[in-house]
Design a protein around this ligand. Structure first.
Ligand code: ADP
Ligand code: MG
Length: 536
């Protein structure tokens, strides 16, 4: 039976043609981020449709803001986004690996190897890499963790800022690391980030405790408190508003007065409840009635209103408190404790700083403009993500492409032991891994082929898997000695995410859509038209 009537309005590409077009899309995408890889990678200026601009060197930021319509490109962007969410680094690497593996797969398809065989070979290579990554990784000391966060920031901001931000990130990770069910947990969402545009970049700093840009409700409330109890209210301390539409017909002023008095009494009642619970600090999500301020101050209670729910939740985790819907519903078990509560004025803004037993920290991202502050904030989030993951799983591998060359060397030896056509795919996978040192060299203005050959030869003759390219000295070096190290999890996730995406693309042999041809850079097109693979 013909499928023509059903697919009338649809463009259809099948088999090899579908694969070729999909690979073109992947190559076009990797071409967009290739030049950002590594410390010598260049920045991109992104302008959105409303004219807002952003300068960034971050692969995933570039990809997510690009208006990409090709479904295959979406698959790669999704792999890169997963990389960002799970390990916070290695996003450009993921896209480059996937595109390179796809390109290498195409050369094999042209030679007559079936995509399913290639997919099988790639799977074998991926699990081999996973196993050997474990053998090639080493335990991280605290200094190594700091070096790894510096590597994650390489190429972003300037050198002094990189060390300030990575030191802040490592300290913040220390502050929030805890034991839970016998496991070490470092949850980066426990670190609050506040932004200040105006002060110099160098004023970015880490503060112990939680700082919120908040002013206490009344000046007569104590500015600083030491050790006490805190109540967090997911509501307010306000006069009640009627929830249904009713009209009050007031026939005498005394009725109105007694109505007001009873409301006042209810509010005073709540203050008494706070005093009975021994509370000296209250934070509410909603407002606090003006008439209450003086009474609260008189009772020695410091109060903050209109605190965001997310901040209340952060406070609750720090103080061991539970949010209550209203003061009437508060029990002693809902009350939390704090070590100190201070009010400080930074520039024009009042801040509330709360220190608690459970640690917690606040990073203050400063910079002259919103763009700079945004970049500082992103860099801190990346560095913190890396530091926290390393607290939980302190295993490192060497950077500067060293680990990829070491894995590729081993893979080639492994490929020789595989009798079927998968052998070719495993070799293609090894070649794909080497794209990372090649692009690092390319972006540093060095010859990619010569550099790679040099690294491979030193690794082999010295039997040293740590040799990689240090783009700062432009020399092959022992990257562990040069402190260019990265979390083993980042490399593991980049390899597995990229190979998942590659295999998913290889399995597609029929594309149905109503779209026009996608455009690809000319040199990519030339490479894809069946010429021999770029195998050194
Ligand atoms: P990604 O988005 O993949 O993390 P980056 O632009 O952050 O991309 O670059 C990361 C790569 O840069 C890693 O492979 C890392 O080893 C490498 N790198 C970092 N510092 C150096 C250095 N001094 N010399 C060579 N490579 C480096
Ligand atoms: Mg990175």
């Amino acid at each position: 039976m013909s499928d023509a009537p059903i697919l009338e309005a649809t463009d259809r590409t099948t088999g090899r043609d579908a694969l070729r077009k999909n690979i073109q899309a992947a190559m076009a995408l990797s071409g967009a981020v290739r030049s950002t890889l590594g410390p010598k990678g260049l920045d991109k200026l992104l302008v959105d449709d409303e004219g807002r601009s952003m300068v960034t060197n971050d692969g995933i930021t570039v990809l997510e803001s690009a208006k990409v319509e090709h479904p295959i490109a979406h698959m790669l962007i999704a792999a890169s986004a997963t990389q960002d969410q799970t390990v916070r680094d290695g996003t450009t690497t993921t896209v480059l690996l996937a595109a390179e593996w796809l390109q290498n797969a195409w050369y094999l398809v042209v030679q007559g190897v079936h995509p399913a065989t290639i997919a099988r070979g790639y799977r074998m290579a991926e699990s081999y890499c996973k196993e050997h990554l474990e053998l090639l990784s080493f335990d991280a000391s605290r200094d190594d963790i700091q070096s790894a966060t510096m590597t994650a920031l390489a190429g972003k901001l300037h050198k002094n800022m990189q060390s300030t931000i990575s030191a802040c990130a490592v300290d913040a990770a220390d502050a929030i690391t805890m034991q839970s069910d016998g496991k070490i947990v470092a949850d980066p969402t426990r670190v609050k980030v506040i932004t200040r545009s105006g002060p110099a970049l160098e004023e970015s700093k880490l503060i112990t405790g939680l700082a919120l840009p908040k002013k206490r409700a009344h000046v007569e409330m104590p500015s600083s408190l030491s050790a006490g109890s805190i109540l967090l209210v997911d509501g307010g301390l306000e006069l009640r508003t009627l929830s249904t539409d009713v009209q009050l017909n007031v026939t005498s002023t005394s009725v109105l007065q007694s109505f007001r008095d009873s409301e006042q009494e209810r509010l005073l009642d709540q203050i008494k409840m706070l005093v009975d619970l021994g509370i000296s600090l209250v934070a509410c999500r909603e407002g606090i009635d003006d008439s209450m301020h003086a009474h609260l101050a008189e009772a020695g209670i410091k109060a903050f209103r209109r605190v965001a729910k997310s901040d209340l939740e952060l406070l609750a985790r720090g103080c061991g408190a539970r949010l209550v819907p209203s003061i009437h519903q508060a029990n002693p078990s809902d009350v939390g404790v704090f070590i100190s509560s201070q009010c400080e004025r930074w520039g024009d803004v009042d801040h509330w700083i709360l220190e608690t037993d459970e640690g917690g920290a606040t990073f203050v991202a400063s910079g002259s403009t919103d763009t700079v502050v945004g970049e500082v904030e992103r860099c801190f989030a990346d560095a913190l993500g890396v530091a926290c993951r390393l607290k939980e799983n302190p295993r490192l591998v060497t950077g500067g492409g060293a680990i990829y060359v070491a894995l590729a060397r081993r893979l080639r030896r492994f490929a020789e032991t595989v009798p079927g056509r998968e052998q070719l795919a495993i070799e293609a996978f090894a070649d794909g891994l080497e794209t990372i040192p090649r692009v690092l060299a390319e972006n540093a203005g060095m010859d990619p082929i010569d550099t790679l050959l040099q690294i491979v030869s030193i690794q082999t003759t010295d039997d040293d898997d740590s040799i990689g390219l240090n783009v700062l000295t432009r020399q092959p070096e022992n990257m562990r000695a040069s402190n260019v190290v990265e979390p083993s999890r980042v490399v593991e996730q980049a390899i597995s995410g990229a190979s998942e995406a590659t295999i998913a693309v290889l399995r597609i042999d029929d594309v149905l859509w109503a779209k026009q041809e996608i455009s690809v850079p000319g040199d990519v097109q030339a490479q894809l038209d069946g010429t021999a693979p770029d195998r050194r």
